[in-house]
Design a protein around this ligand. Structure first.
Ligand code: DX5
Ligand code: ZN
Length: 217
């Protein structure tokens, strides 16, 4: 079984005390920090970008997992990497040449992830699995935290897991959206191993929330 990793999404954090909250997720045992970049075009919202990443990079040694919900991601990737991204995830829906984009991310010395929206068929990533370190299956429509998990996505996780196993590939499966104490078991059972959680981590006692989710691992 691949290592199971919790990736708290700071989109749901309290930005007035962001540094402290990052220390808390780190102390509680999360391995990744999920950083949601939104451009107001690929998704309806605008979130945060370069200066925030640059500042919080100093706050911890977590793996910084940068999820680019933006059009023309290639224009911005080198700068995200320079500022400290360890893993860069781009949306298939935004790419003209996914294989090339994934290879160019890896050539910068970081891991490359390929994300798909709920309505994008999972088979559409199969031609690119050899080029990806991770596939991100969105389990809500991207753009906002705090939405409800879309049940239809479970079958996509299962199919992807089977395809990766069948081909003997070394690819992580990340899930993002609506993951909480109720839904986490479903995605783990389906084969996901990198688990994003925003509102389920940052509402209330952060350390306790991280531990409760990781108990399911
Ligand atoms: C949604 C983002 C998510 C979001 C998840 O577009 O990609 O990472 O922060 O938030 P929750 O866990 O609250 O659904
Ligand atoms: Zn995300």
């Amino acid at each position: 079984m691949r290592e199971r990793i919790l990736a708290p999404s700071i989109l749901a954090a309290d930005f007035t005390i962001l540094g402290e909250q990052i220390e808390q997720i780190d102390k509680a045992g999360a391995k990744y920090l999920h950083f949601d970049v939104m451009d107001g075009k690929f998704v309806p919202c605008i979130s945060f970008g370069f200066p925030v990443l640059e500042t919080i990079r100093k706050a911890s040694k977590l793996v910084y997992d940068v999820h680019l919900m933006i059009e023309e991601p290639g224009r911005y990737i080198p700068e995200f990497v320079r500022l400290g991204a360890d893993l860069v995830c781009v949306h298939l829906e935004t790419l003209k040449n996914p294989a090339e984009e994934l290879q160019s991310i890896k050539s910068l010395g970081v891991k490359a992830g390929l994300a798909i929206n709920p309505e994008t068929p999972v088979e559409s990533v199969y031609p690119y699995l050899e080029y990806a370190d991770m596939v991100l299956i969105m389990t809500v429509h991207p753009g906002f935290g705090g939405q409800k998990y879309i049940d239809d996505c479970t079958a996509k996780i299962k199919s992807l897991h089977e395809e990766i196993e069948r081909r003997g590939l070394n690819v992580d499966i990340e899930v993002d959206g609506g993951i909480n104490e109720e839904t986490i078991q479903t995605v783990l059972d389906a084969g996901a191993n990198v688990i994003v959680a925003g509102s389920a981590v940052f509402n209330g006692d952060i350390e306790a929330n991280v531990k409760k989710l990781m108990e399911k691992f």
